[in-house]
Design a protein around this ligand. Structure first.
Ligand SMILES: C[S@@+](CC[C@H](N)C(=O)[O-])C[C@H]1O[C@@H](n2cnc3c(N)ncnc32)[C@H](O)[C@@H]1O
Length: 369
């Protein structure tokens, strides 16, 4: 069975590394997402274990298509009846390369038509469509005369871990935070600090990774657990897999500290950390009061961007002078504009273009001498 784990822009290589470390087979680097091969249970395990992947999908079929009617015929021929009953709800989404000359919404509509027509033919009735909470999510990729149709195992996107109880100001997606930690070269042992921690996403993702706590452990149900072919015996197997993940978690991680000047942000961080079951330390101090100490530490943060101009200027100057006095530290900053790191007069050891929502960002990493 072929699976495809979707990746945020710029996170493909670290997702590939993660899936290799998790022991999946035939993992290959690819733009936009990482394919691997395995048994159905490997797909379930990927949902539970990937920290960076946004969705885990299973390839249902591939065929050539030059026009929408080819796509409809090809999709209708696929064995939907093995996964979906007429009592279930479905949602269809599409990506169409510009060379196809079709609006992705029309392509998604064609996929939906193909599925419901096939199920009506087999069962005599059809499933309803649910945009918000479908039982089965289907996806079609149409690029340069070739179509791939997928079933989405994840259901809700995987950044929705289930431990977050409160958001705060502009929280990072959990999948992006996990990718940043790997890209920045954190070794899971060095004490870690986020001086502008907001709701604590980077801190919690760091603790979960270091303690080997599966990020999907809070999710009561993934998409595939609602498919028509998911049997009670498989549900018991999935429960055993969840149990195994809990057993393998260590609860050991290095010291992880969050600071913020905003009390409500720290309250959010504490509540989220408590819900995730990780023990972190918090201090309410402004960035400018942060002092380096003798031991080497790892700083990772995403400062606010798009705030009032003069406030932003002052904050970025404080950020630069803070980083420059943290001798011996490794510092990684997700900058939403070049202004953010302009004052850090150090050659970066690495820089990665990323997207935070639809904002182009750069994760810049420094070794402060
Ligand atoms: C973009 S948010 C961080 C979001 C966080 N990564 C998360 O996932 O929730 C930026 C945070 O910086 C904090 N902040 C702004 N200026 C600060 C300063 N001078 N010192 C410390 N924290 C500051 C804000 O209170 C806010 O919580």
């Amino acid at each position: 069975m072929e699976f495809y784990v979707t990746a945020g822009p710029g996170t493909e290589e670290v997702l590939r590394d993660e899936l290799c470390e998790l022991g999946f087979s035939q993992v290959r680097l690819n733009r936009g997402g990482i394919p691997f091969f395995g048994e159905p249970r490997d797909g379930w395990r990927a949902c539970l274990q990937t920290r960076i992947g946004q969705r885990v999908m299973q390839v249902l079929g591939r065929f050539p298509a030059e026009k929408l009617s080819d796509l409809y015929e090809g999709a209708r021929a696929l064995p939907w009846e093995n996964f979906i009953t007429p009592r279930q709800t479905i949602a269809a989404a599409a990506y169409a390369h510009e060379s196809c000359g079709e609006n992705p919404n029309f392509v998604a509509l064609k996929l939906k038509d193909a599925i419901v027509d096939k199920l009506r033919e087999v069962f005599g009735s059809r499933p309803d469509v649910s945009r918000d909470d479908p039982d089965v999510r289907c996806f079609v990729y149409w690029g340069r005369g070739k179509v791939t149709v997928y079933l989405d195992l994840s259901g809700e996107p995987l950044f929705k871990r289930g431990y977050r109880v409160t958001g705060g100001e502009a929280p990072l997606k959990e999948t992006l935070a996990a990718a940043m930690l790997r890209l920045a070269g954190w070794d899971r042992k060095m004490p870690l600090l986020d001086p502008m921690c907001g709701s604590g996403t980077l801190l919690i993702e760091a603790a979960l990774w270091a303690a080997n706590i599966a990020p999907g452990i809070w999710r009561s149900r993934f998409g595939f657990e609602r498919w028509g072919n998911f049997t009670p015996a498989e549900a018991r197997e999935m429960a055993a897999l969840r149990g195994q993940m809990r057993y393998e978690a260590s609860n050991q991680h290095p010291a992880i500290t969050g600071c913020d000047l905003d009390e409500s942000a720290l309250e959010a961080s504490k509540a989220n950390a408590k819900s995730a079951g990780v023990r972190l330390s918090f201090r309410q101090i402004p960035l400018r009061e942060l002092q380096g100490d003798a031991s080497r530490r790892f700083l990772i943060t995403n400062p606010p961007y798009g705030v009032r101009l003069e406030a932003e200027d002052r904050l970025y100057q404080e950020l630069a002078s803070t980083v420059l006095r943290l001798h011996g530290w490794r510092c990684a900053i997700l900058a939403g504009s070049p202004q953010c790191i302009k004052g850090i007069k150090l050659p970066p050891v690495a820089a990665f273009p990323l997207k935070n929502g639809n904002i182009d960002c750069q994760l810049t990493v420094y070794e402060v001498s």
